[in-house]
Design a protein around this ligand. Structure first.
Ligand code: ACO
Length: 332
């Protein structure tokens, strides 16, 4: 039994925030942002219009249309996000309601930037076990409102954006070549606090207090240099793990879509692996880092641009908060 990606879609909110816009909010410059991250602009949600679940639904509808499938055929939702609409219930059920899906089960999963690759492994396992046949996997984030836009948070604020991506993954009993070839996942909780949003969480008796707000502890915290150091080595390790497992070499990769963490991280991996420009897809320049949404947004755009063709060997790789990381190889 093979798990095939039958359709891919994305949605980004219309509100474009350029580096010049950020210059008005904090002491930063287009030059600093582009040099360190490669990002020129990102999208921010509009309150009252977009939510994590509604953006997920828009992306999912596009994926279903491209898969030429009806929503009634879907039998499981996996929704990856670090920024759900509510603390509970999860965004999966909210998306289910918005899309008018029947009483199929809905997971929310929380592996941050690795959420999409972790979600793929769940979808693949459910399909291979014969439990579900058509799975909607969504990565969606609203992060613009968990960012500290003061000078204190400027190293984070310039990186993150909002958006959603989705895939339909289906079972194919006859296929022997195409589909998900392997998935490799890892986690290392030792570094949990290096990239974290602590509050409101359950560690404090009062989940939200004046001092939490005054100290901006309800905003994301990131130790940039530590994240950078671990990201580059873990990305390389886990891509190589997948290459070895499938007896492949970097030259055989038609397209690497790394989680869009930071253009400098992608470029470092590309150089170290000896990949040429046509073998790596990046769109962080336009959307910033959209965490669990970044890989499916990039996959959707690469597909639209004709860069993902039948028979191509794709590698999707991620690293993020947790730390968590993973890779998958897919024959399209
Ligand atoms: N504009 C101008 N100056 C800034 C900004 C900004 N937006 N942010 C920080 N600075 C300043 C700092 O205050 C500091 O100034 P100082 O030397 O006077 O103290 C200086 O720039 C360097 O600050 P660092 O935080 O050390 O900057 P660094 O060179 O490490 O770059 C960055 C920061 C871009 C975040 C880098 O650490 C990085 O890329 N880390 C990886 C993190 C990442 O990619 N995260 C993505 C999310 S995680 C994920 O998806 C895996």
């Amino acid at each position: 039994m093979r798990s095939i990606v039958k359709g891919v879609g994305h949605y980004v909110p219309e509100n474009v925030i350029t580096n010049a816009d950020l210059e008005k909010m904090m002491d930063t410059s287009d030059e600093w942002i582009v040099e360190r991250t490669g990002i020129h602009q990102r999208r921010y949600f509009t309150e009252g219009k977009d939510t994590t679940s509604s953006m997920g639904a828009r992306a999912a509808e596009m994926a279903l249309e491209r898969a030429q499938m009806k929503k009634e055929e879907i039998d499981l939702i996996i929704f990856a996000t670090l920024s759900p609409d509510y603390n509970f219930p999860g965004s999966g059920v909210l998306m289910q309601r918005q899309m008018g899906l029947s009483t199929i089960p809905a997971f929310d999963i929380r592996q941050q930037c690795s959420g999409f690759v972790y979600g793929l492994s769940m979808a693949d396992a459910y399909i291979k076990s014969g439990i579900y046949k058509n799975i909607l996997l969504v990565g969606a984030e609203v992060q613009s409102n968990i960012i500290d836009h003061s000078n204190k948070g400027r190293h984070i604020a310039v990186i993150f954006g909002d958006g959603a991506g989705a895939v339909v993954i289906s079972a194919d009993e006859k296929e022997t070549e195409r589909g998900i070839l392997s998935i490799h996942l890892h986690a290392e909780g030792e570094y949990a606090e290096e990239l974290v949003l602590k509050h409101p969480g359950s560690i404090r008796k009062n989940r939200m207090t004046v001092d939490i707000i005054e100290n901006e502890e309800h905003r994301a915290h990131m130790n940039g240099p530590v994240v950078f150091k671990h990201a580059v080595s873990r990305f390389m390790e886990v891509i190589n793990e997948g290459l070895e497992a499938n007896n492949l070499t970097p030259k055989q990769i038609d397209l690497l879509i790394p989680h869009q963490a930071n253009l400098r991280i992608s470029e470092y991996i590309q150089k170290k692996m000896g990949l040429n420009d046509s073998q790596v897809f990046n769109n962080i320049q336009k959307y910033g880092n959209t965490t669990a949404a970044s890989i499916p947004i990039a996959l959707s755009e690469a597909w639209e641009q004709g860069k993902v063709k039948n028979g191509d060997l794709l590698c999707l790789a991620a690293f993020g908060s947790g730390f968590t990381w993973g890779s998958t190889f897919v024959r399209w």
